[in-house]
Structure formats: C-alpha cells, structure tokens
Design a protein around this ligand. Structure first.
Ligand code: PLP
Length: 376
C-alpha cells in the first residue's frame, strides 16, 4: 500500500471507530468518510453518480455479484451468458457453477494475442442471452480487450454488459459512459489500496439480485457492516490513481519495454505472450522455450526477484495456463512462461538487476533441460 493510503486509514482504526450505519456522531463521521471514498471511486471511472458504486470485499465478490446477480434477476428473460475463455477464475468458476443450475455459457475464443473475436461474439448472441461479461485487461498477459466495441454490440442487442476491470482500473484512463458498460468490477489492492476491498459499478436502472443478504447497507444492494478504514484507503488510492495515471503509465511502459528488450537481446528462444501494443503498461509475460516456469520463479526468488507463472490465484497449480492455452501457445512454451508485473516503486536499476540475474539462470536451467538438448 502507498504511504498516503495507510496514513488516511489509520485514524479510522484508532479514533474514528464509529459504525457507518449508526446515527450517532461517531457513526456519522464514519458515514461521511465512506461517502467521500465512494465519490473518489466514482470519479476515477467516470460514473454519473457515486450511488452507482457498491463497495465489496474485492474483485472476486464484484464478479460473483454480477454474474450470479444478473443471471438470477433476468432468469425469466433467458439463461444464456457469454464470456471469454481467458477470464479470471472469479468469472469463469461462477459461470461453471451456474451451468450446473441449468444456465448455458458460451466461452468466446481469443486470437494469438488474446483478443476476443467480435464476429464470434455477434454470432453467439441469441434471444436468450442475458449477460455479456468480458474482462477489460487480462491479468496474465495484460492484453486489453475492445470494450467500447463490445459495449456497442451489447447496447444494440439490449444485453447487459459487464467488464472485469480489476487490472485496468487506475492503469487505463476510461469513462464508463463511453465504454457502454452496465457493470464494472474493481479491486483496491491493484491501485495501491488495501487488500480485501473492492467495488462494483452498477449503472442506474440495472436489475440485479443481491449476493449478500442482511441489513440495508450499500443502498440495499450489499449487506454487511462497512469496512470503513479499508474504504477510506480505497478512496485515497482512487484519487491518487486518477491524478497520476498518465505519468505513471508512461514511466512503467518505458521500464517494461526496457526489460523486454534486454531479455530478448541477451537470451534466445524467448516469446512475448500478449498483444505487442494493446497491453497493460505494467505487464510483461514472456515464455522461455524448453523450460518450466516454476523453476525460473524459484531461481529468481533466490535473487530476491518476485515473478509468477500465470496469476497469483492459479500459481501453485500445475495446470498449464488457461489463458496461454486459449491463445494457442504451444504447450512446451506455455510451461516456460513467467509474468513480470511492474509497480510504481520500480526503477531502471531494478530492471538492470533482473537483466543481470536472469540470463545465467536461464542458461543453467537450459543446460540441465533434456528438452533443450533435443531442440538445439
Ligand atoms: N479479476 C481479475 C482480472 C484479477 O486480476 C483479480 C485479482 O488478481 C480478480 C478478479 C480478483 O480480485 P480480488 O483479488 O480483489 O478478489
């Protein structure tokens, strides 16, 4: 978390400890702070009103709320959902769950760069389609999807449209009104806010069934005592992200491309996973042929460098990445892929440190790899 974020949160743990739903003065002070945070998050994404922001426990809850909430609210209209084959598990696994309840789900294919096929999307729409859910930017490879174009298709066909913008928020400048989305998921920890805090943008007038039932919190849409300090932190993180997004993006793109260039200049048999240009500013996913990603991760970890294979939520599983598989990456190269995620504290010196540490690791691992011996 950013220092500025922690600073504004601390008083809400120590001094201003009111319940935001209480009517007394301590409660009202907490309520005001929560509402201010809601305004900041609304501003970051261009919502027409702060009342369109519903706070959640993170991106996973926002995605679950959307997919289950729309499926249940529009049950009498239809039972068909369209999503993509490269979504985060927070969307994919809810879809799988709903399939067991009788819903039909189309998982759209993507091209070699990870972009969804708009013609296939149009062809998949039926009179039973009630929801299109396509992520804004992919968490493993960073590819940015054509959300505005999908929004137009959804609007023409009068179908509810959700985008999981957990990775895109704070990194891409957008306005929900231009995107044509009805729902959009966010997560505070991706913009240097606290973990376990997120939000769902719900366009005014969108019919959705509650996920969490209980009290009348969050305008009757999400029950549970508000995590006041966490939300205050999210609000501050959103305010700073809006202010610094462009400048930060430029710096991260330069560092990311410097790292990529250094890797390809010093190591052979490397592939870039993800779209060469339409990609998140901080994401570099590269495949090292003939190797296992896990062994690269462990060796880099010993040098104090933290990278991952796939996403944090899937690492630990030995399954090949569903994203790279959907992009048609050769299974041998899927295995040797790792993701570098850069952040605002990274410097050129950090990139140079990685560029010095990585080539000998790859060489050592390849020298031990029987696949490399055969492929040479
Ligand atoms: N969606 C995407 C694209 C993500 O990258 C993540 C987390 O990494 C999530 C959803 C889940 O968000 P959270 O970890 O806040 O539950």
């Amino acid at each position: 978390m950013r220092e500025e974020v922690l600073d504004v949160m601390l008083p809400y743990y120590k001094d201003i400890y009111g319940n935001a739903s209480s009517v007394h003065g301590f409660g009202r002070a907490a309520r005001m702070a929560v509402d201010d945070a809601r305004v900041e998050v609304a501003k970051l994404i261009g919502a027409a009103s702060h009342e369109e922001i519903i706070f959640t426990s993170g991106g996973t809850e926002a995605d679950n709320f959307t997919v289950k909430g729309i499926a249940h609210a529009l049950k009498s209209k239809g039972n068909h959902i369209i999503t993509s084959s490269i979504e985060h598990q927070a969307v994919l696994n809810v879809c799988k769950f709903l399939e067991k309840e009788g819903y039909k789900v189309t998982y759209l294919k993507v091209d070699k760069d990870g972009i969804v096929d708009l013609d296939e999307l149009k062809k998949s729409i039926t009179d039973k389609t009630i929801l299109i859910s396509i992520m804004y930017a992919n968490n493993e490879v960073g590819t940015i999807e054509p959300i505005e174009a999908i929004g137009k298709i959804a609007k023409e066909k009068r179908i509810c449209f959700h985008t999981d913008a957990v990775q895109a928020t704070g990194k891409i400048a957008f306005d929900v009104k231009d995107l044509g989305v009805d729902l959009l998921s966010m997560s505070a920890h991706k913009i240097y806010g606290p973990k376990g805090v997120g939000a769902l943008y719900i366009r005014k007038g969108t019919k959705i069934t509650q996920l969490l039932h209980g009290g009348h919190h969050e305008m009757g849409k999400r029950a549970g005592t508000e995590n006041v300090a966490g939300l205050v932190g999210f609000g501050k993180a959103a305010e700073l992200a809006k202010k610094e997004l462009l400048q930060e993006g430029k710096k991260l793109t330069e560092l990311r491309d410097y790292l990529h260039k250094g890797i390809t200049q010093n190591i052979e048999h490397v592939r870039l996973n993800g779209h060469p240009e339409k990609r998140l500013v901080n994401t570099l996913n590269v495949g090292f042929k003939y190797l296992e990603g896990e062994s690269i991760v462990l060796n880099l970890d010993m040098e104090g460098i933290a990278v991952s294979t796939g996403s944090a939520c899937t690492s630990g599983s030995l399954e090949p990445s569903h994203v790279l598989t959907a992009m048609g990456v050769d299974p041998a190269e899927t295995q040797g892929s790792i993701r570098f995620s850069l952040g605002r504290d990274n410097t050129k010196e950090d990139m140079d440190y990685v560029l010095a540490a990585l080539p000998p690791i790859i060489k050592r691992l390849r020298d031990m790899s029987p696949l490399y011996e055969k492929g040479k």
